[in-house]
Design a protein around this ligand. Structure first.
Ligand code: MLT
Length: 253
């Protein structure tokens, strides 16, 4: 796996969403000093090659556990963004001892509905027929808050660059993996590590109420909703995200 490493201290593992890569964490990774920060590209994304054959979100979690092994890290606080949150749930399910805390950001516990599964198939068809540029044009308005779209051209450019640099085979494999992923809702009541749920107030893909309900189902989870943030809160509002997460991390030590 390609991985970016910074700093020393207790480990903080950043798990990106779809169709992104580790650079989505660039700003928050630069500012959350005092932690050993670990930001990989998941298989099939960024600089990590796409393996042949199908894989699952649980495979991403196994990759993350193997990455922690390779780095000699026993436990990490895991910050999962959207699909990265799906992987964080699987890491908790299968490698519970490795998870010291969870930051569940712009993500959901429920599996895909039949309608969401159909949308995955349409996205696969779009990628096959029209490629990554078309995927970018389709997804960017849904990923970012209206205020980011109009006032943050550098953020729009960064998201477009991540999407258009993607390997279509990796993106298609990830769409299959997300379509088949397990429902993590039954897991929520058993989450016994410190947890922070972060929602974007203008997230068009995960309504704030859905994120709040997920937090309510996790014993002792904290909940925060960030204004002027869409589906990519750490990228759109890095200062607010860093502040929230720094406070959460300080409460752990
Ligand atoms: C993501 O941001 O990772 C995706 O929106 C997740 C999804 O498509 O379910």
């Amino acid at each position: 796996m390609a991985v970016e490493l910074r700093g020393d201290g207790s480990a903080l593992l950043f798990v990106h969403g779809f169709p992104l890569d580790r650079t989505v964490w660039r700003h928050v990774m630069a500012t959350l000093t005092g932690w050993r920060r670990i930001a990989p590209d998941l298989r099939g994304f960024g600089l990590t090659p796409t393996p042949g054959g199908d894989y699952t979100i649980a495979d991403h979690a196994d990759d993350l556990a193997a990455l922690l092994d390779a780095l000699g890290v026993e436990r990490a606080v895991v910050w999962g963004l959207s699909m990265g949150g799906y992987a964080a749930f699987e890491l908790f399910r299968a490698h519970r001892a490795r998870v010291g805390g969870l930051i569940l950001c712009n993500t959901r516990a429920a599996a895909d509905t039949p309608e969401a599964q159909r949308a995955r198939d349409e996205t696969v068809a779009l990628l096959r027929e029209d490629g990554v540029a078309a995927l970018g044009e389709r997804m960017i308005p849904a990923l970012l808050a209206p205020s980011s779209l109009t006032a943050m051209p550098h953020v729009v450019d960064h998201v477009r660059a991540m999407i258009t640099a993607g390997d279509p085979r990796g993106l298609i494999a990830a769409l299959h993996a997300m379509k088949q992923r397990s429902d993590a809702t039954p897991l929520l009541g058993s989450i016994d590590v410190p947890t922070l749920v972060i929602a974007g107030k203008d997230d068009a893909l995960i309504p704030v109420e859905q994120a709040r309900a997920m937090a309510d189902a996790i014993p002792a989870a904290l909940f925060a909703c960030v204004p002027d943030a869409g589906h990519l809160t750490p990228l759109e509002q890095p200062v607010a995200s860093t502040r929230l997460v720094a406070e959460f991390l300080a409460s752990l030590t």
